[in-house]
Design a binder for this molecule. Structure first.
Ligand code: FPP
Length: 252
């Protein structure tokens, strides 16, 4: 473990990822294997959320994004949807003192208007209370899907074009970025998907263009700080070329 911490020391010039995004998959299967209801898996998943925030924060990671609920997840059995919504409310409420202590700033992306009122209120309260915190930013993707976000972006830009605030012929990459839900958030350096599936499931499709992808066979409730450290070490050994050749990449 000592070696891991040493290697992750930013003072040594080793790159610490600025932003880590997680697809927290496998809660349901984890619970089923234990002969429990799927919701038991989600409850236990909160422990891993806490562990990841602490581990990432103590390494100097600036942003953690969690795919907590997709637009497709609304199609799950109502009982599970209701349970997840209550779990979000409860977790935000319970974790708030901890977030304040660790200077974590809460943010959210997604179709938040679709959330039940209680959930939206708790979320807004959490965002308001933590707004001045200067540590890690925790971004919850709630009722989120990348295709929804991209469609919204197109709508926002089209509305500006309509009232001559933007010129259609000169729309840039930057204009697109500025009209996404993630406009104030840098793209993820690392994406981690637990649960053994090898797909992106409609998550941050624009933002993941140059992200390093990692897939873990562990179910989310079994994913530990040590697993995160191993992935970061692997990331540190990868060369990110962004389309250039190796000699052109200035390592920093
Ligand atoms: C995917 O596993 C997980 C979810 C849809 C919910 C994740 C939510 C939490 C861990 C609670 C987090 C709380 C906060 C405040 C962020 P799955 O149910 O798809 O698992 P399966 O693939 O095994 O069915």
């Amino acid at each position: 473990m000592k070696e891991v911490i040493h290697n992750l020391n930013p003072e040594k010039g080793v790159k610490i990822p600025t932003h880590i995004a997680f697809i927290m998959d496998g809660n349901g299967r984890w619970a089923k294997r234990k002969g429990q209801k799927r919701t038991f898996g989600h409850e236990n998943g909160v422990e891993t959320v806490r562990a990841m925030i602490e581990a990432a924060g103590s390494l100097g990671v600036k942003y953690v994004t969690l795919y907590a609920f997709s637009t497709e997840n609304w199609k799950r059995p109502q009982e599970e949807v209701d349970m997840l919504m209550s779990l979000f409310v409860q977790s935000i409420k319970m974790e708030l003192p901890n977030l304040m202590k660790n200077k974590v700033k809460l943010a959210a992306i997604g179709n938040l208007a679709a959330l039940p009122e209680e959930c939206l209120n708790e979320l807004n309260e959490g965002i308001r209370e933590t707004a001045q915190n200067t540590g890690l930013t925790l971004v919850l993707a709630l009722s989120y899907s990348a295709r929804w976000e991209i469609t919204e972006m197109v709508r926002r830009i089209a509305q500006k074009v309509e009232v001559n605030k933007l010129d259609a012929a000169s729309i840039t990459n930057e204009d697109v970025v500025n009209h996404l839900d993630t406009s104030s958030i840098p793209d993820p350096d690392i994406l981690i998907r637990t649960g053994g599936e090898l797909r992106l499931s409609n998550f941050l499709l624009w933002q993941l263009a140059y992200t390093e992808l990692f897939f873990s066979d562990k179910m989310w409730p079994d994913f530990r700080k040590e697993d995160l450290h191993k992935i970061i070490l692997d990331y540190q050994s990868r060369e990110r070329r962004y389309g250039k050749i190796s000699e052109q990449v200035i390592s920093h």
